[in-house]
Design a protein around this ligand. Structure first.
Ligand code: GLA
Length: 415
């Protein structure tokens, strides 16, 4: 637009100027448009920067909160009779779930998970003090080994040599013997893993310990993942062929109140078969279908529904349909009052389902609570009992040069 000076400008020109201040055309449009665009871009940029800064602040606050929630604390739990110091590790994940674990016996001392209203409670049976665990005879929360579960008469023959193990359960060997892995002090080490706080325990079991052949180096890693799982990973190496069957022996009560029994818990087992046993709980050697029997948990069933039909209660090895080849869903426990769910995944071929039958009111546990019959349930992921004497069962012999591995995941949520 040509400018002939402002003085004496016509009304039309004035209008044009006003108009041109609102609307630009031609070159002006380009210049003013660029300016406006730049301005707008700047404003946009500022807004964007502000939003980004706010988001960053929010995010880092959340991360700080998560990080501060996520922690590992180590404190002294006590001393054994021979003066060894024992520690208690408290793992907290980013959602506030808590696992307390001690290097005495690789024991899970407590596990706090929320109910459907967000209320946290400890869902495992146990003791408040190290002394409680030193005296314990029912394996509350322990790592059992070298061989979790039973070996008939404490005997087995391997490569033509007969081995005699400690006998500590009637005529049989149970959970590694008189001083199994549940009664020794392990070395502990904190691990900060991406998936959540973790602690590793290692133990060197000497050749001949409890009658077992070979030096065995064992490690157990407990990880409390940020996906609300308690993951337990085991590894072992041996210097001589030896049966190895490591398992975890927590008694769970998903109500969070061990004065209640677990008969109302709804159990689903991904196992259509089990191993029938003799009077001393040693498998007969055959594998039977659970279909149509009180052993059947292939559909969600309250533990109390048929327990009276099982002499003594459940204490049986279930043969998992997954056959133990990969980490697979083995069982689900649902507690209707609190909505708590525990799913169990394992690489093992079997699960010993034990309904706390031998809890007889003689044990006072955490908070002075008396543990009565069925106050907790165990789901021990493992190879089948007495495998060293049952060649038809999955092999449990570890040989030099091989690495034993076992992974079990307890996943928690509510319904
Ligand atoms: C295992 C066994 C049970 C019992 C408990 C510990 O679950 O199968 O028979 O010995 O340990 O009391």
């Amino acid at each position: 637009m040509k400018n002939f000076g402002r003085t004496g400008s016509t009304n039309l020109e004035k209008l044009d100027i006003q108009y041109s201040m609102l609307n630009t055309c031609g070159d002006d449009r380009v210049i003013k448009g660029e300016f406006a665009e730049k301005g707008l871009k700047m404003v946009n940029r500022c807004v964007l920067i502000c939003v980004a800064m706010c988001l960053c602040a929010l995010l880092s606050n959340c991360q700080i909160e998560e990080r501060t929630k996520m922690s590992i604390k180590k404190e002294i739990f006590g001393k054994t009779a021979d003066g060894k110091e024992v520690d208690l590790y408290t793992l907290t994940n980013k959602n506030g779930l808590v696992a307390r674990i001690t290097n005495f016996g690789g024991i899970l001392v407590g596990l706090e998970v929320p109910d459907r209203d967000g209320n946290m409670a400890d869902i495992t049976l146990g003791h408040d003090t190290l002394e409680g665990y030193i005296k314990d005879k029912v394996y509350l929360g322990v790592t059992a080994g070298r061989y979790g579960n039973r070996i008939a008469k404490g005997r087995f023959t391997l490569d033509g040599v007969e081995y005699k193990l400690a006998v500590n359960d009637g005529p049989n060997h149970l959970h590694g013997g008189i001083k199994g892995f549940n009664k020794v002090v392990w070395n502990g080490r904190q691990l900060q893993k991406d998936e959540g706080p973790a602690v590793e325990f290692t133990y060197h079991s000497k050749d001949g310990e409890e009658g077992y052949p070979g030096d065995l180096s064992v490690s157990v890693v407990y990880t409390l993942t940020n996906d609300n799982e308690l993951k337990i990973s085991y590894e072992a190496l041996t210097s001589k062929p030896c049966p190895v069957n490591l398992t975890h022996h927590s008694y769970f009560n998903l109500t969070g109140d061990a004065t209640c029994d677990i008969l109302g818990h709804i159990l689903t087992m991904h196992a259509s078969r089990f191993t029938p046993v003799d009077k001393t709980a040693i498998p007969l050697g055959n594998i039977e279908s659970v279909k149509g029997t009180p052993m059947d948990f292939t559909e969600p069933t309250a533990i109390g529904t048929n327990i009276a039909k099982i002499k003594g209660g459940y204490d049986h090895n279930y043969v998992l349909d997954s056959a133990g080849e990969t980490l697979a869903l083995a069982a689900k426990v649902y507690e209707p009052k609190t909505g708590r769910v525990m799913e169990l995944y394992t690489t093992e071929p079997g699960v010993q389902f034990y309904s706390g039958n031998f809890l007889d009111g003689t044990i006072k546990g955490k908070g002075g609570i008396t543990y009565n019959k069925h106050a907790g349930l165990c789901l021990e992921t493992e190879h089948f009992p007495d495998s060293p004497n049952k060649p038809q069962f999955p092999n449990s012999i570890l040989r030099p040069g091989q690495k034993y591995t076992q992974v079990t995941v307890h996943k928690f949520y509510t319904e």
